[in-house]
Design a protein around this ligand. Structure first.
Ligand SMILES: [Zn+2]
Length: 316
């Protein structure tokens, strides 16, 4: 079993909190075991500040609750993409109320990970019907273990589970807005979908894009580096020069930035594949520093370079 060094795990935990903010997990929270990952993550994020950024037309992005949350003010209430950590409920509810008084009618999950689905239960209680890829419900219904960060996630409560399921493509529309949901296939996990707001030309990629950071790839629940490259290519094909792109983590971006991430993914994948093909061990591959030319740009926040190399090595 490949395990990251402690520093990588610490960084991962620290920055799942708020990828755009300087944020550190208090030392007492680091001495966790895999079984209390959920409680530890909630506690570490409970005091996060929520940022509110209006994007275009009737769409706003909320940052700081876990993964980036998109909010569409639709005819029959709010349509929300991802629900953040449950421990951010109070400040998230306040941020939603500040947009308008409309109820939450629909919640869409981009994938099953805790920092995107932990708020499902309270949003469902507040009136939301939850939409997701069918694998998201499967992953949330059963115990999952993410080996790369030694995290065990028990089944979510019944109210948190998505009830409108699909496995390829869905379109939602009212008289003013059309929202397209599209499965990626295995990429960051095997549950990933994109959400495209047609009229506003806004694309939420979930965690198939980490803007400004090396991406986490969850092999334990079906992700792999080649799928991440393919998902990035699909995002590039879906985006025009004016498309606003909401990544799973990091600041809202555009097609040019996404293209830079794509180039990085391809280059690192090919370098790591070449080293592995020459017979180098993981440790020797990490020591060869195949990410060196990108570390200043992508290695500073979310994943340490060595952990990213480990994730790539696993899939080539
Ligand atoms: Zn994720």
């Amino acid at each position: 079993m490949l395990m990251p060094p402690n520093i990588s795990r610490r960084r991962f935990l620290a920055t799942t909190a708020a990828a755009t903010a300087a944020y550190f997990v208090p030392p007492k929270l680091l001495a966790q075991t895999s079984s209390n990952f959920v409680a530890t993550s909630r506690a570490a994020n409970a005091n996060n500040k929520i940022t509110t950024t209006p994007l275009r037309r009737n769409i706003t992005v909320l940052g700081g609750a876990g993964g980036n949350i998109a909010v569409l003010s639709a005819k029959d209430g709010k349509l929300i993409v991802d629900s953040g950590y449950s421990s951010c409920r109070l400040q998230l509810a306040a941020a939603l109320a500040a947009i308008n008084a409309d109820p939450i009618s629909i919640l869409i999950n981009t994938h099953w990970h805790l920092d995107h689905t932990d708020g499902n239960d309270w949003m469902h209680s507040a009136g939301a019907t939850i939409w997701a890829h069918e694998n998201t419900r499967y992953r949330m219904s059963t115990t999952q273990h993410i080996a790369a960060i030694n995290a065990t996630i028990p089944p979510a409560p019944a109210g948190a589970l998505p009830t409108v399921l699909f496995n390829s493509y869905r379109t939602l529309s009212d008289t003013i807005t059309t929202v397209k949901l599209t499965e990626y296939g295995p990429a960051h996990t095997d549950t990933d979908i994109s959400v495209y707001f047609t009229e506003a030309d806004v694309l939420h990629t979930g965690d198939t894009w980490f803007n400004g950071f090396y991406p986490f790839i969850d092999y334990s629940t079906g992700g792999n580096i080649n799928g991440m490259v393919l998902a990035t290519e699909r995002n590039l094909a879906a985006a025009g020069t004016d498309t606003i792109i909401i990544p799973g983590h990091g600041p809202v971006g555009n097609k040019a930035q996404l293209a830079e991430s794509h180039e990085m993914l391809l280059t690192v994948r090919d370098k790591v594949a070449s080293l592995k093909k020459q017979g180098l061990s993981l440790e020797a591959t990490q020591a060869a520093k195949p990410t060196a030319s990108y570390d200043a740009k992508y290695g500073g926040g979310f994943l340490a370079p060595d952990l990213f190399v480990m994730l790539v090595y696993q899939g080539v």
